[in-house]
Design a protein around this ligand. Structure first.
Ligand SMILES: *[C@@H]1O[C@H](CO)[C@@H](O)[C@H](O)[C@H]1NC(C)=O
Ligand SMILES: *[C@@H]1O[C@H](CO)[C@@H](O)[C@H](O)[C@H]1NC(C)=O
Ligand SMILES: *[C@@H]1O[C@H](CO)[C@@H](O)[C@H](O)[C@H]1NC(C)=O
Ligand SMILES: *[C@@H]1O[C@H](CO)[C@@H](O)[C@H](O)[C@H]1NC(C)=O
Ligand SMILES: *[C@@H]1O[C@H](CO)[C@@H](O)[C@H](O)[C@H]1NC(C)=O
Ligand SMILES: *[C@@H]1O[C@H](CO)[C@@H](O)[C@H](O)[C@H]1NC(C)=O
Length: 501
């Protein structure tokens, strides 16, 4: 009877037995990082029905929880807040058995999701051997990888672990996500306390696979399930099992697959997935993971030089919910690393996989410092337009911060219209050369507009591969942060940035 119940309840979990011993869920392991104060870490696992389980934590501080009962084969406990540090031993004990996690640290736990550019490993980046050689200098940045698995139903635990929680070594980091590791390492350098990195991503996957049916419904996307391309299958197997762990935030590098798969819906599906993850992690952790936990992402880099396909520029725009920058009213507490200026023509992994992940991760870290850690003085996004002034001869763009400009004949484009109608990606666009600039404005020539038309729209860097490596025409005053791409329509006039005289 007890055995039968155990099997039926835990059919989909793998890491436990039914002989009555106490176990932690698959992703609670030696060397792990648990979320530090002010949040409270949630722990759960398996045990014999009705057994009373309590958890004790011993290390720089000590605590023992009150006992909870095993119900349907599962126990679950929320610790009192623990400050950053360690090492700790965490023991779950029942009358007849116990399980212990050793060398546990408390710090910030970040989830790293997405497709192949998040999966892209440290051994594949530029300067890989130098990066790997640094591993032993960061024993307080710990890594974990969920195995690539899919499921047609929402799972309670991971089917398999690819890399158990580990203290970094050149060897175990070689196959770890470069963006995730470098983000964690740069954060550690800034915060000086432990960072836990949970990699759960899969190459070639669309956002739909990582979204619950709840999120998909919001965007009119139905549910299908038969391959990694299918809706919700990775949400079910690789995200849902993690909901009960307390997290600080998440970073995400995905969108390439959606450049030719439900591209028009990405301005809905991506923000909807973020909202849904936030709600689900908040609920799953018993309100410990913030309802609006910080979510950072990488805006698509580049794929085909010289291509006129607008898939990548459209996805870049949709990644911001068609606003151009984040955070914005639709995507609160998000941050973005622009990467369109980091192309890699000779990447042995294909041009869609640029090898410079250091700059990507560094820009993400700036966003995390500003948005997740409230460092007011940290600038993390390049210049964005604040006003467009139009005459017959030229267009003046005002930016929200100082600009550093290199001349270009065609990075800006204008769409000219007789009929005061909005322009879209399929409209006729003409190059608008940069004529001159000062600290915060750029002046473009509007002379390409045919007679009797006026400038009705303006766009910047609206190409798959808009510039060479770190050579886009507009950067922040510091020359570090590229201006993100934008498209702006003069019509219809509703509180927009266009003025004329
Ligand atoms: C503990 O072990 C005893 C003796 O083997 C057994 O009778 C009892 O049912 C066990 N209790 C639990 C909660 O598993
Ligand atoms: C954790 O347990 C190990 C033995 O399992 C012990 O050597 C170590 O001292 C313990 N550490 C703490 C912080 O209690
Ligand atoms: C999303 O983009 C599509 C295609 O560009 C557009 O038709 C639609 O209005 C946009 N939806 C939202 C919610 O912005
Ligand atoms: C984890 O959270 C989900 C969602 O709130 C909940 O349905 C599930 O029972 C939780 N699992 C455990 C083991 O607590
Ligand atoms: C690789 O190392 C060289 C020499 O230290 C450095 O100049 C370059 O910026 C590094 N590349 C990346 C992508 O970090
Ligand atoms: C347009 O910008 C240029 C420099 O970029 C500046 O010299 C000029 O005064 C501006 N024109 C107006 C009308 O603001």
């Amino acid at each position: 009877m007890a055995t039968r119940r155990c099997i039926s309840v835990l059919l989909l979990a793998y890491l436990h037995n039914c002989d009555g011993s106490l176990l932690f869920a698959s992703y609670y392991q030696d060397h792990m990082v648990l979320q530090k104060s002010p949040e409270r870490a949630v722990l759960w696992g398996y045990g014999p029905e009705d057994a009373r389980v309590l958890v004790s934590v011993s290390g720089p501080t000590h605590q023992e929880t009150s006992p909870v009962s095993v119900t349907n084969g599962i126990w679950r406990i929320t610790l009192d807040p623990v400050d950053a540090g360690g090492p700790y031993n965490v023991t779950a004990a029942a009358q007849n058995s116990s399980a212990t996690l050793t060398d546990v640290l408390f710090g910030d736990v970040w989830l790293c999701g997405g497709q192949s550019n998040m999966r892209f490993t440290i051994s594949q980046v530029f300067n890989a051997s130098e990066e790997l050689a640094l591993a032993p200098k960061y024993p307080h940045v710990r890594t974990f990888v969920a195995a690539l698995k899919l499921s047609e139903t929402e799972l309670t635990d991971l089917i398999q672990v690819e890399l158990p929680w580990s203290v970094p070594t050149a060897r175990n980091l070689a196959g770890f996500s470069a963006v995730c590791w470098l983000f964690g390492r740069y954060l550690y350098e800034n915060l000086k306390y432990p960072i836990g990195l949970v990699e759960s991503c899969w190459g070639g996957t669309p956002v739909e696979a990582w979204s619950s049916s709840r999120a998909l419904q919001q965007c009119g996307l139905e549910t299908t399930t038969d391959s990694p391309q299918s809706n919700s299958v990775l949400w079910n197997a690789m995200i849902h099992p993690l909901l009960n762990m307390t997290l600080k935030g998440a970073i995400w590098y995905q969108g390439e697959t959606n450049a030719d798969y439900h591209q028009d819906k990405y301005n809905c599906s991506f923000p909807a997935m973020i909202d849904d993850w936030r709600m689900a992690f908040h609920q799953g952790s018993g309100s410990q993971t913030a309802m609006d936990f910080p979510f950072g992402f990488v805006q698509l880099s580049t794929y085909k030089k010289g291509s006129t396909d607008d898939g990548f520029p459209n996805i870049r725009w949709h990644q911001t919910a068609d606003v151009g920058f984040v955070p914005n009213h639709r995507m609160r507490r998000t941050f973005m690393a622009v990467a369109m200026d980091l192309p890699d023509k000779t990447s042995p992994y294909g041009t869609i996989h640029p090898r410079d992940k250091q700059d990507v991760a560094y820009r993400l870290t700036l966003g995390a410092r500003a948005v997740a850690y409230n460092e007011k003085a940290v600038l993390f996004l390049g210049p964005f337009l604040s006003q467009i002034l139009c005459t017959e001869m030229y267009v003046n763009i005002s930016y929200d911060q100082e600009v550093s400009v290199m001349p270009s004949k065609d990075i800006f484009e204008i769409c000219c219209s007789k009929i005061k109608a909005p322009c879209g990606p399929k409209s006729l666009w003409f190059p608008a050369p940069i004529i001159q600039w000062d600290q915060t404005t750029i002046q473009l020539s509007a002379s390409m507009c045919p007679p009797a038309t006026e400038v009705a729209a303006l766009r910047y860097a609206w190409k798959d591969w808009p510039c060479d490596f770190k050579a886009c025409p507009v950067y922040s005053g510091s020359k570090i942060l590229p201006a993100p791409p934008f498209i702006s329509n003069r019509y219809p006039i509703k509180g927009n940035v266009w003025t004329s005289f």
